[in-house]
Ligand binder design. Sequence first.
Ligand SMILES: Cc1cc2nc3c(=O)[nH]c(=O)nc-3n(C[C@H](O)[C@H](O)[C@H](O)COP(=O)(O)OP(=O)(O)OC[C@H]3O[C@@H](n4cnc5c(N)ncnc54)[C@H](O)[C@@H]3O)c2cc1C
Length: 385
Amino acid sequence: MSDHSTRRSPWLTEDLDLLRELARSFLAREVAPNLWRWGEQGHVDRDLWTRAGAAGLLCLSIPEEYGGGGGTFAHEAVLIEEQARIGDSAFGTSVHSGIVAHYVNAHGTEEQKRRWLPGLASGELVGAIAMTEPGAGSDLRGISTRAVRDGADYRLTGAKTFISNGSQADLVIVVARTGGAPDAPELSLLVVETREAEGFSRGRVLDKVGLKGQDTAELFFDEVRVPSAHLLGGRPGQGFAQLMDQLPQERLIIAVSSVAAMEHALALTVEHVKQRTAFGRELMAFQNTRFTLAECATEAAVARSFVDDCVLRHLRGELDATGAAMAKWWASDRLCRVVDECVQLFGGYGYMTEYPIARAWTDARVQRIYGGTNEIMKEIIARSL
Ligand SMILES: Cc1cc2nc3c(=O)[nH]c(=O)nc-3n(C[C@H](O)[C@H](O)[C@H](O)COP(=O)(O)OP(=O)(O)OC[C@H]3O[C@@H](n4cnc5c(N)ncnc54)[C@H](O)[C@@H]3O)c2cc1C
């Protein structure tokens, strides 16, 4: 392969190369052999979390004093890339480590960090974040889940849907109204410890077209008592600012995984077209195949350059909401185009679920939807113009 497809990301270091080796051997041993089974059951085995924690692969960018790996976003990116390299869309580590733990780390009080981060790092606690509701997705002002102060507690009532890690989560960060007007709610983030929460229940694991092994569930809160000490950051009304602060990293995670998934799809396809023949020639010998793959390789290389630059900016603390929105929509959009072209080059085999390219295709589609839809990303970008 050319310089472009083997180009080393400028944010990589020797330390990250070692992490990549560790992640690769862990995923080959603990994840790859189980992906099909997890796809059928709709979630990973619960002990995968503690195994990953014991291997030091959870909360890679959380400070060591709270049990984390003491790394940076680059450490999270390496793990995300390695998951994409084996087509792992089951293990929800990036929501758990890259999103949930970071809400606690960035906005939790000292007591809250000590209470939750070590368990998230060991895998004893599985984390989820619950924003979306049946009646409110893109528009957070439409959230109707409500937390009402009652003595030393809040009483939390509402329903959330499409929640990643939902059926296994022990710790759910719930976005709720704690006051304000109907069209201008005061939002707060409440951390619900699900094991002890009376009035908390889970719906079924939702049946999705892709991400078959990833647990996505509905969650219900019926007058659940949440101690006021579990209000993230300790003060009500901070929810919107906390979300705005953390959403860029969530979007960059989707961009990083989109680029890696594009490269994975391309590698699968190059291998296929070099061994399959039609009309007495390798598929790779047809000009259409060659041109299509040339375009896909270019799309992947351009996306990687841009997303690498966004990773560097994020590592310097300079990636803003606009830059993250650009990375998210661009990379996920290109992923869907590239993987669709790849499916075409597989012919009928590309439509068979037992072929990894077919799963890559169904897994890709959601990248344009979650983490804020690509239309919402364009709204964010347009506002900056
Ligand atoms: C597999 C999966 C996992 C998920 N995980 C989580 C999770 O862990 N936690 C969580 O909270 N949520 C999660 N979600 C929810 C996800 O973030 C939402 O589905 C997404 O934000 C869109 O919300 P919605 O589904 O309500 O669509 P809607 O908001 O109803 O949008 C429908 C369409 O209208 C468009 N639209 C809406 N507003 C505008 C506008 N202003 N301008 C232009 N177009 C607009 C949208 O772009 C979209 O095309 C997950 C979803 C999926 C599918």
